[in-house]
Design a protein around this ligand. Structure first.
Ligand code: PMP
Length: 433
């Protein structure tokens, strides 16, 4: 075999040496914009960061200090690749709140649910395999899918989430083309970015289709316990244990800094997930797992989640009120929980092209194009209401209305934005997750 050195470039001598999958990873022009967005004078409606000031920090500090004082040599040691059995037991209890019956043996603890997404994709996807995903879908999942060279087929959703008829149509069409569909990736509750929730009857229909067509369902549910009214919509996993891999996380209900999420999977899949995780990280953080386990055992975590719910309810109310007042020419989804609303702007406006002007006006959002694998979505933007105070949310939307009005003028003068002609920004930064 001849040894050929791959061609490099002046900026990157290793350019030609990267694996094919690396070339799918686009650099982020919005990264620079997000550096701007994190300046204090900018109202950021872009990020998905939980409002950690609502946490009982003194209690958490004590739990952590006690843990290290009494069990430091265990907590700071390597742990089990599948995750600590005690935490897995607690995770089963947490999921029972959403109607999921699971055995702690079926739980795999991961470094955030983002790692669970990576593992599921790694064990199922060959380059070119199809993943069905909502239209739009979670930006961080799309990045993972892209890095494994999957083909993402977006399936239409409406205000009740993924549409079963559209799902069936996509499956029939793709199968007729001889494509290999590996799984449906879905966020049925408080969707990121769409903000909508799928009613339980529709979940059953989606499940029926996937069972009949022998397609695995990957249900991603980090926001499920954040309904503003405290209600719980049963997870898809609650309706089927054999055909669903369920992903959960403590990032939104507690804190993302622990980096603890999990997957619950049918037995054989679980085995593969554990092996893949061990190959990748050996084991999830023992210190984080034991801190959370102790917190769940000794603190009123249900009360703390109820506090979060109230914070987000008030912020969502502020967001919806401000949208009605300042952006009457737009439409938006009305979330019943979670962090986001999905806004549709008037025809002719391109939210990608508008973003630099928005940050100049000291307000930031995520353009809709971030949430599609194929570049569509430029008439949409995701606005998050999780982090800024209600007053800042109102101010942010007020600033946005000025930017939009200006954009309408620009479109009237120069015509609609033509993609690729200098005003575009592409692919999102991970810090907008
Ligand atoms: N899935 C969805 C739908 C999300 O919104 C996020 C974070 N924004 C994640 C997964 C990943 O979260 P984490 O890794 O912090 O658990």
């Amino acid at each position: 075999m001849s040894r050929q050195s791959a061609p490099g470039t002046r900026l990157d001598p290793w350019f030609g040496a990267y694996a094919n999958r690396t070339h799918g990873l686009k650099s982020s022009e919005t990264r620079a914009l997000f550096a701007v967005a994190s300046r204090p004078e900018v109202v950021s409606l872009a990020g998905g960061m939980p409002y950690l000031d609502a946490l009982p920090m003194d209690i958490i500090a004590k739990v952590t200090a006690d843990l290290i004082a009494t069990e430091g040599a265990v907590a700071l040691q390597y742990g089990n690749g599948q995750g600590h059995p005690v935490l897995r037991g607690h995770i089963s209890e947490v999921m029972a709140e959403e109607g999921i019956h699971s055995h702690p043996d079926d739980v795999v603890v991961t470094t955030g649910s983002q790692q669970a997404l990576d593992l599921v994709t790694r064990i199922f996807i060959n380059p070119g395999d199809v993943i069905l995903a909502e239209s739009p879908s979670y930006v961080g999942a799309l990045s993972v899918f892209k890095s494994y060279e999957a083909w993402v087929e977006h399936v239409a959703m409406d205000s009740d989430g993924l549409m079963p008829e559209a799902l069936q149509e996509a499956i029939t069409r793709l199968k007729a083309e001889g494509r290999s569909i590996k799984f449906l990736y879905t966020i049925p509750t408080f969707h990121n970015p769409a903000g909508v929730t799928q009613p339980v009857e529709r979940r059953a229909q989606v499940l029926d289709i996937c069972r009949r067509e022998k397609i695995l369902v990957v249900e991603d549910n980090p926001y499920g316990m954040l309904a503003f009214d405290g209600s719980v919509t049963p997870a898809i996993r609650a309706l089927d244990e054999d055909g669903v891999v369920y992903l959960g996380s403590f990032s939104k209900t507690l804190a993302p800094g622990y980096r603890v999420g999990w997957a619950v999977a049918p037995h054989a899949v679980r085995e593969k997930l554990v092996l893949a995780s061990e190959a990748s990280i050996l084991c999830p953080s023992h210190a984080s797992q034991l801190s959370i386990a102790t917190y769940l055992e000794t603190c009123d975590w249900r009360g703390q989640i109820a506090d979060y719910r109230e914070v987000y309810r008030l912020r969502c109310e502020a967001m919806l009120g401000a949208l009605a007042e300042y952006l009457p020419d737009c439409t938006w989804t009305v979330p019943k929980g979670g962090f986001y609303t999905w806004v549709t702007v008037p025809e002719g406006i391109n939210t990608n092209a508008m973003l630099p002007r928005a940050t100049t006006a000291l307000v930031a959002y995520v353009s809709g194009t971030a949430f599609y694998a194929d570049g569509q979505g430029s008439r949409h933007m995701r606005l998050s209401f999780c982090y800024p105070t209600p007053e800042r949310i109102r101010e942010g939307v007020r600033r946005l209305s000025g930017v939009l009005a200006k954009e309408v003028e620009l479109v009237a003068m120069f015509g609609p934005h033509v993609p690729g002609q200098g005003r575009d920004v592409h692919f999102p930064a991970p810090d907008i997750a």
